[in-house]
Design a protein around this ligand. Structure first.
Ligand SMILES: Nc1ncnc2c1ncn2[C@@H]1O[C@H](COP(=O)(O)OP(=O)(O)O)[C@@H](O)[C@H]1O
Ligand SMILES: Cc1cn([C@H]2C[C@H](O)[C@@H](COP(=O)(O)OP(=O)(O)O)O2)c(=O)[nH]c1=O
Length: 191
């Protein structure tokens, strides 16, 4: 079962993944960008967010995704496989950057993932006040430095894309307690 944890920065993805990892030592936990040797190098470049071409940035995220699929997802498809971000981030951030349509992004991601979409998406929705507070408590990487409005636009783009993807999705309110959210995820996934 291939599950994406999705949502903008600080919505609580890593916190929830850590709880599942502790309860399920057999789970394969991975992330995008990253998760492979190539991916960790790509991640360093991508998080600096210094590429001048948004297209180059998008293609590097997609190259990371294709390698991640081949090395991590495909061989572990039948295990509990949880990824901290995946192609929904790919779509949301790229739409917020502009210059590419949702239809093009679906086709590009279909290519990178060999048409093998995740089984479920766990989507965390946050709000401006929570985002502001949580971002204030951590040091920003290059992408986060693009600002609050940018991240809220990314969230809107992800929400708009979800119905077009037809992937079973659990939508969570990021403001709820860590334990409430955890229980909702465990019940939804049946794990
Ligand atoms: N449900 C929650 N309620 C309050 N604080 C939370 C909750 N989930 C996560 N946090 C806190 O918010 C911050 C960002 O959480 P994190 O899991 O790292 O988000 P993400 O992986 O989505 O960037 C951390 O300081 C974390 O402890
Ligand atoms: C997977 C992916 C991530 N991103 C962005 C989202 C994040 O800002 C960054 C990954 O950072 P990361 O530290 O993994 O996210 P978080 O702060 O939520 O823990 O890359 C894209 O722009 N496109 C993509 O395809």
């Amino acid at each position: 079962m291939y599950v994406l944890f999705e949502g903008i920065d600080t919505c609580g993805k890593s916190t929830q993944i850590r709880l599942i990892a502790a309860e399920h030592p057999e789970a394969i936990i991975t992330r995008e960008p990253g998760g492979t040797r190539f991916g960790e190098k790509a991640r360093e470049i991508l998080l600096e967010a210094k590429l001048q071409s948004k297209r180059a940035e998008l293609l590097l995220f997609l190259a990371d995704r294709a390698e991640h699929y081949e090395e991590i997802v495909r061989p572990n498809r039948d295990k509990l496989l949880i990824s901290d971000r995946g192609f929904l981030s790919g779509i949301g951030y790229a739409l917020a950057n502009g210059g590419v349509s949702l239809e093009e992004l679906i086709a590009l991601n279909h290519f990178a993932l060999q048409g093998d979409w995740p089984d479920h998406i766990i989507f965390f929705e946050t709000d401006e006040a929570t985002l502001r507070r949580r971002l204030g408590e951590k040091s920003a990487d290059g992408i986060e430095e693009r600002g609050i409005d940018y991240l809220l636009t990314v969230q809107e783009k992800m929400k708009e894309a979800l119905p077009k993807l037809a992937i079973p999705t659990l939508i969570l309110d990021a403001r709820e307690s860590v334990e409430t959210i955890h229980q909702k995820i465990v019940t939804y996934l049946g794990i």
